[in-house]
Ligand binder design. Structure first.
Ligand SMILES: [Zn+2]
Length: 136
């Protein structure tokens, strides 16, 4: 259940309104449905297993609902992780401060917070790149 796709690399762009985009090297790993579902189930079971001993203490319902809610929330985050952004390296379009992201769920659009100027640029992937590499 842990099979996942082949890592691919691309040149994306960091874009910020009003500034010239800068190139950003990205490495991305597509995730299969099996990886996402298996991980989601494992996450849910793990969280509920950790939370369930607390249910013997009052307020019982709060622990129960909290455990189930947290498990569902984290499981869902795993389930929707269709691509993992293994790394993204580039520079802020505004101030040129370098950024380097590692191992995070790729979002669309993916935010690139800058430690230099505290503006947030956006990672712009080439059109059709994800569709080309998407697993089921
Ligand atoms: Zn900046």
């Amino acid at each position: 259940m842990s099979e996942s796709g082949v890592v691919f690399e691309a040149i994306a762009e960091a874009t910020l309104f009003g500034f010239d985009a800068t190139p950003s090297e990205v490495r991305i790993r597509p995730r299969s449905r099996g990886w996402r579902v298996g991980g989601a189930v494992g996450t849910f079971v793990g969280v509920v297993a950790v939370a369930s001993p607390l249910v013997v203490f009052p307020p019982h319902a709060v622990w129960l609902i909290g455990g189930l809610g947290t498990g569902a929330f984290l499981a869902n985050r795993r389930y929707i992780e269709r691509f993992t952004l293994l790394s993204a390296i580039g520079a802020c379009p505004k101030c040129g401060h370098g950024f380097s992201l590692k191992n995070t769920r790729l979002r669309a659009p993916h935010p690139l917070p800058c430690e230099g100027c505290h503006h947030e640029s956006t990672l712009q992937l080439p059109d059709g790149l994800l569709q080309k590499h998407a697993l089921d």
